[in-house]
Design a protein around this ligand. Structure first.
Ligand SMILES: Nc1ncnc2c1ncn2[C@@H]1O[C@H](COP(=O)(O)OP(=O)(O)OP(=O)(O)O)[C@@H](O)[C@H]1O
Ligand SMILES: [Mg+2]
Length: 235
């Protein structure tokens, strides 16, 4: 049995008075691709933001390799080897493609990823490296966001809406790159609206509903009926 590298226990999250997560429990195993699905507003982004150090949490609500990380800042979490590819990409618009990638490497972690490795993974970025990141297509910008995360040489990479709004051909390119990303033993958490895609690329899946886990199981065995129920709460 693989050991969980990430243990989330009774996680709660708030935006002011509004509670977005309610006592959520979740684990990520070493080397696995875990999918998170759920309707709009279910709490998927809030969960990834919590892991990445962008929400306020108790130290032990999130443990990484048996260390409490729940109360760490985003830069401290990144230094431990967790990287977020955020919803909406959030590139630095005034910087070039290459400058955006270099920023990802600033945490200074050693590992297999470098500019040349990212360009090998996404050759179009090599061609466009001196262009402003905003001059790229949405799909190419998503590649920059993924490359920027890889530049920090993470052990665990978190993808929020990896394919939202992208053309099918680009989605295929990005998913084709996934084995090359996680093949070296990296673990991944993927938030994905496309349930078929989410199940195809992951070993386990969690469905969130209104800030709670409504379903957890092996991606190969969960049924469509279970997922519909977990998504919409239809009994
Ligand atoms: N900055 C914010 N301020 C107030 N409430 C927020 C904020 N961000 C999210 N929320 C609320 O928290 C809940 C969870 O939102 P979250 O963005 O985590 O959901 P999601 O599952 O990622 O949804 P989507 O599929 O639309 O991306 C929603 O009810 C949302 O309206
Ligand atoms: Mg979201």
């Amino acid at each position: 049995m693989p050991e969980p590298i990430l243990n989330i226990s009774k996680l709660e999250a708030f935006y002011g008075d509004f509670q977005a997560l309610y006592g959520l429990d979740l684990t990520v195993d070493e080397g696995e691709v875990l999918a998170i699905i759920g309707a709009n507003g279910a709490g998927k982004t809030t969960l990834l933001r919590s892991i990445a150090g962008l929400m306020r949490n108790g130290p032990d609500q999130i443990r990484y390799r048996n260390q409490p990380i729940g109360a760490l800042r985003a830069d401290q979490v990144a230094a431990r080897g967790l990287a977020l590819v955020p919803e909406g990409r959030q590139l630095f618009p005034s910087l070039s493609v290459e400058e955006n990638l270099i920023i990802g490497g600033r945490v200074g972690r050693k590992g297999p990823w470098s500019l040349s490795k990212v360009y090998e993974l996404f050759p179009i970025l090599d061609e466009r490296k001196h262009q402003a990141s905003t001059s790229l297509s949405g799909g190419q910008q998503q590649m920059v966001a993924i490359g920027r995360a890889l530049m920090s040489n993470p052990d665990l990479i978190l993808f929020d809406e990896i394919s939202l709004g992208l053309a099918p051909i680009i989605i295929k390119d990005i998913y084709d790159a996934l084995p090359g990303i996680v093949g070296g033993g990296m673990s991944a958490v993927i938030v994905e609206q496309d349930v078929t895609k989410a199940l195809a690329v992951s070993s386990r899946v969690y469905c969130l509903q209104d800030g709670r886990v409504s379903l957890e199981g092996a991606s190969s065995t969960v049924s469509r009926e279970d997922i519909s129920r977990a998504y919409f709460g239809i009994e």
